[in-house]
Design a protein around this ligand. Structure first.
Ligand code: HGY
Ligand code: MN
Ligand code: MN
Length: 408
């Protein structure tokens, strides 16, 4: 069977060009959601979408859609991901899926192909959640799981609000969130873990996304003199934060399996060498593919924190930043990825996603699935994130094959 194929060189050039935006001195990228760098990236994507003749719409939460007309005005097949990055972002997380989608549409243009269904390319706002929690904010609003007012009111770690920042960068769009109803959704993404590379496989057919629990803990102790305060009189917020971080690691180790736990942000006040920290602010990220186990991990941590706080005479306020149950993609979508990969002579396996994605939100409104390509060294959220061109091209061809299959 002959296949339309993507133009790998064009995809690589677009990735290079786009990654000049927010480029970090030592490599990698920082395009935090709704920052000036994010705006520059958005502007470039819109320009490229228009060059391809796509009908561009931006919704009120800043989601960008490029629509390629179909022979019939039916609900579109949607593909997409995100273009925002974490602070130490790589070149592919999110962006690869969006630009591979753009490349697939341009390849259809080159082939003069008409699909029965329209095809929509989506770039969702604030997938990373590093600056504004929760993550996948744009797709959450798109599927109606979060109101626009609530989303606009969210304050970032720098105190700015989503609404103000969207208006500031000019992406509080006119379209109603959710106006575009996807017939089905596929997201192409780097694996961000070691499995495909370890097994020498080209494609991952993603079975689902693990559950996620993000919380922010504010520990109020008592600042004091590092030299003159006897240990028995201390209410040391730094020590309590450190014990909590060790507990997070212990839970992950004792649970084993897919359980992971991370303390990503930890700030001490006043943060001075000779002052006992009066306050600590920290985040805890717990994930598991099994919901009851995730709840168990959360309960274990909460019990530990309560007992520790009582013992150390500190108060701990816990604020949930995000909480999503695991998501399983429909069998038809998972097997379709493997069928298309096989038809193109590509090796593949099924696997769960350790990272969160917009696809887990889209799964609430339409049949959704994901395609993974290998990450060298399983590295991501790191400036050294890398995927070899052959794998980038293979993933984009599978995405094109899925579009053709779903849109015909
Ligand atoms: O945190 C995540 O899993 C995603 O990268 N936002
Ligand atoms: Mn991502
Ligand atoms: Mn990410």
């Amino acid at each position: 069977m002959t296949h339309t194929s993507i133009n790998g060189g064009r995809l690589l050039r677009r990735l290079e060009t786009f990654n000049e935006i927010g480029a970090l001195p030592g490599g990698g990228n920082c395009r935090l959601a709704l920052s000036d760098e994010d705006r520059q990236g958005r502007d470039l994507l819109v320009t490229w979408m228009k060059e391809l003749g796509l009908a561009v719409s931006v919704d009120a939460i800043g989601n960008i859609f490029g629509l390629r007309a179909g022979a019939e005005s039916l609900d579109p097949v949607m593909v997409g991901s995100h273009i925002d990055t974490v602070g130490t972002g790589g070149r592919y997380d999110g962006l690869y899926g969006v630009l591979a989608g753009l490349e697939a549409l341009e390849s259809l243009n080159d082939a003069g192909a008409t699909t029965r269904r329209p095809v929509a390319l989506a770039a969702f706002t604030n997938e990373e959640g590093s600056r504004f929690a929760p993550f996948a904010l744009g797709s959450l609003v798109h599927v109606g799981a979060l109101s626009l007012d609530d989303a606009y009111a969210i304050k970032g770690i720098d105190g700015a609000s989503v609404g103000d920042e969207l208006r500031r960068i000019g992406y509080a769009g006119a379209a109603r969130p959710g106006a575009i109803k996807a017939h089905a959704y596929f997201e192409l993404h780097i694996e961000q873990g070691p499995i495909l590379e370890d097994e020498g496989l080209s494609i991952g057919a993603v079975e689902g996304v693990q559950g996620l629990s993000w919380s922010e803990l504010t520990i109020e102790g008592q600042s004091g003199h590092a030299g003159a305060t006897p240990m028995r009189l201390r209410h040391d917020a730094a020590y309590v934060a450190a014990e909590i971080a060790v507990c997070v690691r212990r839970i992950a180790r004792e649970f084993g399996g897919y359980q992971v736990g991370t303390v990503g942000r930890l700030e001490l006040q006043p943060g001075l060498v000779n002052v006992i920290a009066g306050r600590a602010t920290m985040t805890v990220d717990l994930r598991n593919i099994d919901e009851p186990l995730l709840q168990d991990a959360e309960a274990r941590l909460a019990t530990f924190v309560a007992e520790l706080a009582a013992r150390e005479g500190v108060s701990v306020k816990t604020r949930s930043l995000a909480r999503f149950a695991p998501v399983i993609f429909p069998e038809t979508m998972v097997s379709m990825v493997q069928e298309v990969a096989q038809a193109r002579g590509l090796s593949s396996r099924r696997l769960p996603s350790g990272a969160g994605h917009d696809a887990q939100m889209m799964a609430r409104v339409c049949p959704s699935g994901m395609i993974f390509v290998p990450s060298v060294g399983g590295l991501s959220h790191n400036v050294r994130e890398y995927t070899v061109p052959k794998d980038l091209e293979a993933g984009a061809n599978v995405l094109l094959g899925l579009i053709e299959r779903l849109a015909r």
